[in-house]
Design a protein around this ligand. Structure first.
Ligand SMILES: Cc1cc2nc3c(=O)[nH]c(=O)nc-3n(C[C@H](O)[C@H](O)[C@H](O)COP(=O)(O)O)c2cc1C
Length: 143
């Protein structure tokens, strides 16, 4: 039983690039053990996190509950939750999207302005954007 979950949140004050690196490093270790894959996207200018988690239902639900109480972000909002037949981010224990390399035309394709605003679009639209990011290889770091 596999599920895919997507949420958005706002980075807390003081959370910077170094903290993001620490979160991704820790996530890679924990997620590998738990069979969880996914991608974490942080837009440094707008201070928004978006994360997709895939894996066993129990493992994903437990992790989401833990992440939701992490003081390094606020306004954690569930955007999408679905049972899936196969993973889309199987190669990534936790990939990281470098927002400085995001193509404004790609953002405009799905939203009114060339900015990342998951609170203003549907979960389906955010998920579609993620898939295009994968296709255009904008994910950085070691799988
Ligand atoms: C935006 C964000 C994303 C996170 N993603 C993950 C994740 O994918 N996996 C993970 O284990 N922890 C993640 N964390 C960290 C968890 O909230 C928590 O600190 C960590 O899982 C605790 O791990 P530990 O019990 O091994 O110390 C994330 C935290 C934030 C703020």
């Amino acid at each position: 039983m596999l599920v895919r979950l997507m949420y958005a949140s706002r980075a807390a004050a003081g959370v910077d690039q170094d903290e993001l690196v620490a979160i991704v490093r820790k996530s890679k270790t924990n997620n590998t053990t738990q069979g969880i894959t996914g991608v974490l996207c942080m837009c440094l200018s707008e201070r928004i996190f978006m994360q997709v988690l895939e894996g066993g239902r129990t493992a994903v639900n437990r992790l989401y509950n833990r992440i939701a109480t992490d003081p390094r972000h606020t306004d954690v909002e569930l955007m999408s939750y679905e049972e899936i037949g196969e993973r889309r981010f199987a190669g990534w224990s936790m990939g990281q999207v470098n927002m400085s390399r995001l193509n404004p035309a790609l953002l405009l394709k799905y939203s009114e302005r060339p900015a990342l605003d998951p609170y203003g679009v549907s979960g389906a639209v955010s998920m579609a954007l993620f898939h295009e990011l994968m296709a255009t290889a904008s994910i950085v770091g070691q799988p």
